[in-house]
Design a protein around this ligand. Structure first.
Ligand code: BTN
Length: 252
């Protein structure tokens, strides 16, 4: 039985990274569901050693402590569940045309509006805890070219000054619902994720991997959350890490 996410919230003004704070608290026994929200991060981080711009008041910087019951090998589904919750919130509560890019970016018109970084502590084949870190761009008016990836914010998409508080109020119940699904009905998470991610099927992609780029066509998600990519020679490859770039939409 999980505690409801967001039942307890710790609000802090300035932190290095909400994921750091959450990991420390989780390691010293904090209960599942505790949310850490910061006004700014001085060392916000993203996947693959990237940084996450975290200026005061611009965005939501949130980390949630989780105590998953599923085997560690199923943990990618937790990340997918977070992306589903964010995309669903932006679509249904803010009328933003959000979609998911594998594994866990939420984009609008090809521009990144949210990034998710799940970090976990593994014991045997179980997770003693996981920290679900979510950054959502909310009030930015513009983004410097130096951030590298095209980005957007809730303000740029809607013209409204949505408050961070409002966004949290809409997001937390969906995070709770989809996280619970990831623990008991992973198929529901995979199905919803694929519905929200047009690139997950029949898209020509380039997968950037440490050993070099691989090109292929996406064929959906595999049960553990890996992306199923069909290579030019017909071989299917399960992609579990790396960045995926869309080339063009292919015919099925
Ligand atoms: C990515 O897109 O690479 C993931 C970005 C994750 C950013 C969030 S902001 C809250 C939490 N704290 C961090 O340092 N990172 C995550």
């Amino acid at each position: 039985m999980t505690n409801r996410l967001g039942l307890a919230v710790l609000r802090l003004e300035t932190v290095s990274s909400t994921n750091d704070v959450a990991r420390e608290l989780a390691a010293s026994g904090a209960t599942e569901g505790l949310c850490i929200i910061a006004g700014q991060q001085t060392a916000g981080r993203g996947r693959q050693g990237r940084s996450w711009a975290s200026a005061p008041g611009d965005g939501l910087y949130l980390s949630v402590i989780l105590r998953p019951t599923v085997p560690a090998s199923n943990s990618p589904v937790i990340t997918l569940a977070a992306a589903v919750a964010v995309a669903e919130t932006l679509i249904s509560d803010f009328k933003i045309d959000a979609e998911i890019k594998w594994p866990n970016d939420v984009l609008v018109r090809g521009r990144k509006i949210c990034g998710i970084l799940v970090e976990s502590a593994i014991e045997g084949n179980h997770l003693s805890y996981a920290v679900m870190g979510i950054g959502i761009n909310i009030l930015q008016r513009a983004f410097p070219d130096s951030i590298g990836t095209p980005a957007t914010s809730v303000f740029l998409e809607t013209g409204s000054e949505v408050t961070i508080k409002d966004l949290i109020a809409f997001l937390l119940p969906k995070l709770d619902r989809w996280y619970r699904a990831s623990q008991s009905r992973a198929d529901d998470v995979l199905a919803k994720w694929q519905e929200l991610s047009p690139m997950s099927r029949n898209c020509r992609v380039v997968v950037e991997m440490p050993e070099g780029n691989v090109e292929g066509i996406t064929r959906g998600l595999l049960p553990g959350g890996a992306l199923d990519v069909e290579l030019a020679n017909g071989v299917r490859r399960a992609i579990v890490a790396g960045d995926v770039r869309v080339r063009e939409t292919a015919r099925p």
